[in-house]
Design a binder for this molecule. Structure first.
Ligand code: AMP
Ligand code: DBH
Length: 563
């Protein structure tokens, strides 16, 4: 059994193989390739625990064997939500080794998001951390109502794996919800060979259609994206990478991310959160050389750096991506952090652009870089589908050896976002400089990019519309000095409806906290376009004059109740 996905045309796949991009190796090759003395090197530092490459190998083998002993089969799917701990990577490798295909949810996703993923993949295994608010409800580890309902009939307690407190022997930290320990002999190994042309795991899309979309990534294509990232970024075994953004995120995992660092034989330092209070001491203690951040967190680091007593001198490169970085902030990196900046413009769907470390300062500060692979094909098109003149703004379409060919089980949507030649429409508005670097200028998708966290407007609108007092809701981005964008909901609601009540309702539906609108504006009517759709462009203009400061406090003075 294998997971269905839209393959690349056979002749294209043959070309990628002939060029050596797709090697037929499994994604776990990033750790398996380190044999002998290299296996003694430190792969992961997590709190006080140190894992050598040999440990990551052995522990993921044991976990994989335990999954097989439970009857999990290649092509089964798994829903995983783990915090930034070594267990995330070790479990990921274990699943890959036995051919179980996971969705790695972000740690700040709620029951709403987990349920939406579960409905799509119908998991045969669920892995959660006991420390997560979703789980920390009763000692038996039963789940909150909404998730239980979704999972009923899919997984029982014998397929619900819970991660407990950190222990040296990672396998011992996991236990089945039915009370059984994981049965795994110390030298147990999985018995399975991986088809590298098949799906390794599902990556998450930011989404803009109301339903979170899953992106099947094959071993071949993802491993190539990791290897090529390592080359472009010049990583070697001396790299000590701070894994501070959510570990499952495509940026943190693969650009070059933890997988790239493993491939290079370096060390991944796990950080529970990306704030300076957590990260600066880790940088000093472990002589961290690389870090990956989203723009708002970079601003926080730049503000905190002058006052810190932590020694940040080991930092060589800070990568920034996920949302547009303003040149004014970019310029301050060398002076404040004493290191170089690399901009990264990527997407879980594939295409990743980097500024190169030897680029001139203007390019590094003002552009989002250029595609990493010589076989990335990029088109910048006007609304009629014609290439724009050099330097003009258009919509970014991409195709290549690690850009996917279709969302999972989403034929209708795929028909809209892929053209007949297999180019994917990213929905980003970009221009290209004369020397081929991209500048992100805007977006043509119904999404809010809240400091790198993507919010699908329609998804939140749909949940909001289920509140009995809400007639209609339209959510748009509002500019914000720190976050780049925050979300503003224009709502037609019954008199006296309070923002606090709507937030409480959204939370009650299990929606992730970062998706709760930062501002509510109650209106009698919503502007419409000529064809009768809600005119979001007009709302975006209006949102510019809505004060965003302290928006999240939702106090009565700054945020009125519905008239
Ligand atoms: P996702 O589909 O959730 O992986 O999000 C990818 C999207 O994030 C891209 O299509 C862009 O809209 C946005 N993005 C990622 N990196 C950058 C960047 N460096 N600058 C501007 N936007 C970015
Ligand atoms: O935002 C993203 O999705 C992203 C940003 C930087 C990404 O997927 C990546 C690098 O690979």
């Amino acid at each position: 059994m294998s997971v269905a996905f839209t393959p690349w045309p056979a002749e294209v796949a043959a070309r990628y193989r002939a060029k050596g991009y797709w090697t037929g190796d499994p994604l776990t090759d990033v750790v398996e390739r380190h044999q002998g003395a290299a296996a003694e090197a430190t792969a992961i530092l997590c709190g006080e625990r140190r894992f050598r490459y040999a440990d990551v190998q052995r522990l993921s083998d044991r976990l994989a064997a335990a999954f097989q002993a439970r009857g999990l089969l290649p092509g089964d799917t798994a829903l995983v939500q783990l915090p930034n701990r070594a267990e995330f990577h070790i479990l990921f490798f274990a699943l890959l080794k036995c051919g179980v295909v996971p969705v790695n949810a972000l740690n700040n996703h709620g029951a709403f998001e987990l349920s939406a993923y579960a409905r799509q993949i119908e998991p045969r295994l669920v892995v959660l951390a006991r420390s997560h608010p979703l789980v920390a409800i009763d000692p038996a580890g039963s789940l909150p109502g909404s998730l239980t309902a979704t999972l009923a009939g899919m997984v029982g307690p014998d397929r619900l794996l819970l991660l407990g407190d950190p222990v040296e022997d990672v396998v011992g930290a996991f236990a089945w919800a039915d009370g059984q320990a994981l049965s795994a002999a110390p030298d147990a190994r999985p018995d399975h060979s991986v088809d590298a042309s098949g799906v390794a795991f599902f990556q998450l899309s930011g989404g803009s259609t109301g339903t979170p979309k899953l992106i099947p990534r094959t071993h071949d294509d993802y491993l190539y994206s990791v290897r090529r990232s390592v080359e472009v970024c010049g990583l070697d075994a001396g790299c000590r990478f701070l894994c501070a953004l959510p570990a499952p995120h495509n940026f943190t995992l693969s650009s070059p991310g933890a997988l790239g660092v493993f491939h290079a034989g370096g060390t991944v330092v796990m950080a529970g959160d990306p704030g300076p209070a957590t990260c600066f001491p880790l940088i000093a203690r472990h002589r961290v050389t690389w870090a990956a951040l989203v723009p708002p967190m970079l601003s926080v680091w730049l503000d905190a750096a002058p006052g810190t007593t932590a020694d940040l001198s080991s930092l060589e490169v800070v990568q920034v991506g996920g949302a547009k970085l303003s040149p004014a902030v970019a310029e301050r990196v060398p002076e404040r952090l004493g290191c170089r900046l690399q901009q990264v413009f990527g997407m879980a769907e594939g295409l990743v652009n980097y500024t190169r470390l030897d680029d001139d300062p203007w390019t590094v500060v003002n552009t989002q870089g250029r595609p990493m692979s010589p076989d990335d094909e990029v088109r910048i098109l006007d609304p009629a589908g014609r290439p724009v003149p050099q330097g003009a703004v258009g919509e970014l379409w991409a195709r290549g050896p690690y850009t996917f060919r279709g969302y999972y089980k989403a034929d209708q949507h795929n028909a809209r976002v892929f053209d007949a030649e297999g180019f994917y429409c990213s929905g980003d508005l970009v221009s290209m400089t004369a020397d081929g670097n991209l500048i992100v200028c805007g977006r043509n998708k119904d999404q809010i990019n809240r400091g790198g966290e993507k919010i699908d407007a329609q998804e939140v609108e749909d949940v909001l519309a289920a509140h009995p007092a809400v007639g209609h809701a339209a959510i748009v981005a509002m500019p914000d000095p720190l976050m780049g964008e925050r979300s503003c909901a224009f709502v037609i609601a019954a008199p006296d409806t309070r923002p606090s009540e709507l937030r409480r309702f959204l939370r009650g539906q299990g929606l992730a906290d970062f998706k709760l609108p930062d501002r509510f504006v109650f209106v009698a009517d919503l502007p419409k376009t000529a064809v009768g759709k809600i005119d979001k462009q007009t709302l975006r203009e209006r949102a510019k004059s809505v004060p965003s400061q302290h928006a999240h406090t939702g106090t009565a003075q700054t945020e009125a109740t519905a008239p």
